[in-house]
Design a binder for this molecule. Structure first.
Ligand SMILES: [Zn+2]
Length: 169
């Protein structure tokens, strides 16, 4: 029942561009904390024995915060069982340039970071919408970045990964 609900919530969010990612987190039942004391961390996800909360570094730029929120939501959707295991860390922290935990005991490894980043990109820039709105003739990257509320760099990477635009230019 809850799973169906969750799938529906995610599907609805991904059916339109530029949705409120923080509201999505709340709709999924996550507690959202905008934290200005995270230092060099971009965000984290934590299980307190009952529920999950995500923290986002409030001092980073708004687009970065959105991507962090999407990344933490991705951990919740994809990896929550790993974070719920008993006897291991139930907090996972992400930093800007090195998303992977150094601690080998940590439940989430590098491949989970790659998965979370991929899922975050899908959440913020769903492929069918990007495909229908991108014009290779106009190369309307700026417009799409605005529409989806992401950085131009993030949109370029997404378009390249979807094979719709050359990498990097
Ligand atoms: Zn992560």
């Amino acid at each position: 029942m809850q799973a169906t609900n969750e799938a529906e919530i995610l599907r609805a969010f991904m059916s339109k561009a530029g949705g409120d990612i923080f509201q999505l987190a709340k709709d999924l039942g996550l507690r959202v904390i905008r934290d200005s004391s995270l230092g060099s961390k971009s965000g984290q996800i934590e299980f307190d024995g009952r529920g999950f909360s995500i923290s986002v570094n409030a001092l980073e730029n708004p687009k970065r915060q959105k991507f962090t929120a999407a990344h933490e939501i991705a951990h919740y959707v994809l990896h929550r069982d790993l974070l719920k295991r008993e006897g291991v860390l139930n907090r996972h922290t992400d930093t800007l340039f090195d998303g992977a935990e150094k601690n080998e005991e940590a439940p989430l490894k590098k491949r989970h970071e790659v998965e979370a980043n991929r899922y975050a990109a899908r959440l913020l820039m769903p492929a069918p919408l990007v495909r229908s709105l991108f014009s290779s003739e106009d190369d309307n990257v700026d417009k799409l970045a605005d529409l989806f509320g992401v950085s131009k760099a993030a949109m370029k990477i997404r378009l390249a990964n979807l094979g719709m635009r050359a990498k990097g230019d």
